[in-house]
Ligand binder design. Structure first.
Ligand code: CAA
Length: 380
């Protein structure tokens, strides 16, 4: 068993860290306060090859592996969780399914500009009345032969307000359940496809999400991704990879909070000495460090399995479940170590705490991850 990173993985990690520290971190507090969409950072991520990391170079990407992607996601999210999730949606939820299920024409037309970061995408699975029960969609794609007629709404669509296209999942025959679904690529500007204003959220303020509406949208058949009837499976296989990205995001957020708590504990004095000398603080730091490492190991294992072409449904869910819940615990402790200052918006740890919370919810709640892990474990 090898724990060392390859030279390429180290290079991508250090490029992402350098960009995150120099260009992203200095803006993170302002982005959180104002909720401004970080257009300039999205553009820079494209230039640096961070928007299509695992996409082969012939399709405009960086040709890296999933381990590198997880390492880069951690670095970007350590600086700014909003910027992290913008990157993760583009990589995991848009480029990946196009790479895996797209035909050559779709790859040339849609994947190349997305992987280069010239265009932005989003992923439309969740609906106002079905988040966890994703197979039961109310969005309908009526098959008219040459095209589909799409009607319905999708919500919490990260990148939705700015995306040039959406991969949307819809039912062509609701009586067939998951087998009656299809994945369609819908471009911005298609008549009947509209976006509501950005959602107001507890955290990740600069990562805009919104509800999108489809009102008799005519989608040409050539925009169908994969086979008719495969929609739900494409969504699930995509989320197997996406959950690795969210686990890495959670690790980045948690690491930022941990590092700040560690630094603070070494300088803050109480009862005549720095609080880092107190066992109560040391035990918190020990738990935080251990959970961070455990989360990273689970995440890199899932990424490695994906790179080896192994089924990683269970391992991705384990990584996301553990990393997201650990991030909540770690950011909670980081505030505790900071005492009253931790509750102040003058310090970053309250932002990390708010940002961590969403990682337990999107791309499948912790409850859904437990369900997936249990189902896969019982099957084995
Ligand atoms: N890989 C391959 N196939 C899969 C699969 C996977 N990971 N998961 C399910 N399938 C297949 C099953 O094998 C089955 O196929 P067969 O009938 O041919 O055997 C079919 O799909 C249906 O599977 P299930 O019966 O298991 O489906 P279910 O209705 O019980 O749902 C679920 C399973 C795990 C609960 C699923 O609905 C789920 O993951 N829900 C959560 C959805 C989610 O994560 N949403 C996040 C939205 S995206 C987001 O948050 C983006 C963002 O903004 C950042």
């Amino acid at each position: 068993m090898h724990f060392e990173l390859t030279e390429e993985q180290r290079m991508i990690q250090s490029m992402a860290r350098d960009f995150a520290e120099r260009e992203v971190a200095p803006k993170a507090r302002e982005l959180d306060r104002t909720g401004r969409w970080p257009n300039e950072l999205v553009k820079r991520m494209g230039e640096l090859g961070l928007m299509g990391l695992v996409v082969p170079e012939e399709y405009g990407g960086s040709g890296a592996d999933t381990v590198s992607y997880a390492l880069a996601m951690e670095e970007i999210s350590r600086a700014c969780a909003s910027t992290g999730v913008i990157m993760s949606v583009q990589n995991s939820l848009v480029c990946e399914p196009l790479l895996r299920f797209g035909n050559e024409e779709q790859k040339r037309r849609f994947l190349v500009p997305l992987a280069r970061g010239e265009k932005l995408g989003c992923f439309g699975l969740t609906e106002p009345a079905s988040g966890s029960d994703a197979a039961h969609m109310a969005t309908i794609a009526e098959d008219r032969g040459e095209h589909f007629i799409l009607n319905g709404a999708k919500n919490w669509i990260t990148n939705g307000p700015h995306a040039d296209l959406i991969i949307v999942f819809a039912a062509f025959d609701p009586s067939l359940g998951a087998k009656g679904t299809v994945a369609l690529i819908v471009e911005r500007g298609t008549p009947g496809f509209t976006q509501a204003p950005p959602d107001e959220k507890m955290g990740i303020h600069a990562a805009h999400s919104c509800t999108v509406f489809f009102d008799n949208v005519k989608v040409p058949r050539e925009n169908m991704l994969g086979e008719k009837g495969m929609g739900f499976k494409i969504a699930m296989i995509t989320l197997d990879g996406g959950r690795i990205g969210i686990a890495a995001q959670a690790i980045g957020i948690a690491r930022a909070a941990f590092e700040k708590a560690l630094e603070y504990a070494k300088v803050r004095k109480a009862f005549g000495e720095v609080i880092a000398n107190k066992q109560a603080i040391q035990f918190m730091l020990a738990d935080m460090a251990t959970e961070l490492d455990a989360a990273r190991l689970l995440t890199l294992r899932a990424a490695w399995m994906k790179d080896k072409g192994m089924r990683h449904t269970r391992e991705s869910s384990m990584a996301k479940l553990f990393a997201s819940e650990a991030a909540t615990r770690i950011t909670h402790k980081a505030i505790q170590i900071h005492g009253g200052y931790g509750y102040s918006t003058e310090y970053d740890v309250e932002r990390h705490y708010r940002d961590a919370r969403i990682t337990e919810i999107y791309e499948g709640t912790s409850e859904i991850q437990r369900l997936v892990i249990a189902t896969q474990t019982l099957k084995s």
